[in-house]
Write a protein that binds this ligand. Structure first.
Ligand code: HEC
Length: 182
């Protein structure tokens, strides 16, 4: 009797295991739109990463004025924001990510050369390689910015911050407000 029960329980346990492994595995799924990621994550991070405190950028400003530990903390903030930005392209280029929710009014919507969210979505699908190229530029620039902050190198910081800014505007110019076809 005991034997029967044991094998019955064993059988149930095995069946249970089988059922668990058969359950669908949920991979990452996009929730926010590109428009939302830009506004709620990228803009605040970009502000934090591009805010260059005077004590850092002006060598004449004595670190003593801000306090050396404050200067260190500022470099760290720039590094952390830049590192977070480097993950953003991984997010907003995810397959299935929508440009904007239906009914959301885009900045400058309706002005000449500005595409609608649907048109942008089509353009991103058609020229996915181009979109990814701009996204990679953003990632590279943000990593360079993080490295400049770690190295506390003001020249490299300016250079990387400029490239980051350029990655925003070049992608927007290509996918958001491209020049009209000749
Ligand atoms: C690889 C392409 C790409 C890069 C790089 C990029 N963006 Fe965007 N951005 C988009 C697309 C596509 C939209 C959707 C258009 C929209 O929301 O109007 C968008 C929208 C936005 C919006 C919302 C505008 C609105 O309509 O409300 C802001 C703000 C923005 N981006 C800021 C930035 C900043 C700042 C950076 C750089 C740090 C950046 N973006 C880099 C593609 C990009």
């Amino acid at each position: 009797m005991l034997k029967i029960w044991t094998s019955a329980i064993l059988g149930l346990a095995i069946a249970g295991c089988g059922r668990n492994t058969a359950e669908p595995v949920h991979g990452p799924e996009p929730t926010a739109t590109i428009n939302e990621i830009m506004k709620t994550m990228i803009v605040p991070l970009n502000n934090a990463a591009s805010y260059l405190p005077e004590a850092i950028t002006d060598p004449e400003t004595p670190a003593g004025l801000a306090g050396a530990s404050q200067v260190d903390a500022d470099w760290q903030k720039i590094h952390d924001a830049a590192l977070a930005i480097s993950e953003m392209p991984n997010l907003f280029t995810m397959e299935g990510r929508k440009v904007a929710a239906p009914g959301v009014k885009l900045e400058n919507e309706g002005q000449p050369t500005y595409l609608t969210a649907v048109q942008m979505g089509d353009r991103i699908r058609v020229d996915r390689a181009g979109f990814l190229k701009h996204a990679k530029q953003m990632q590279d620039a943000s990593l360079a910015l993080a490295a400049a902050a770690t190295a506390k190198n003001v020249d490299a910081l300016y250079d990387a911050a400029g490239k980051l800014e350029e990655s925003c505007s070049s992608c927007h110019a290509a996918f958001w407000y491209p020049p009209p076809a000749p």
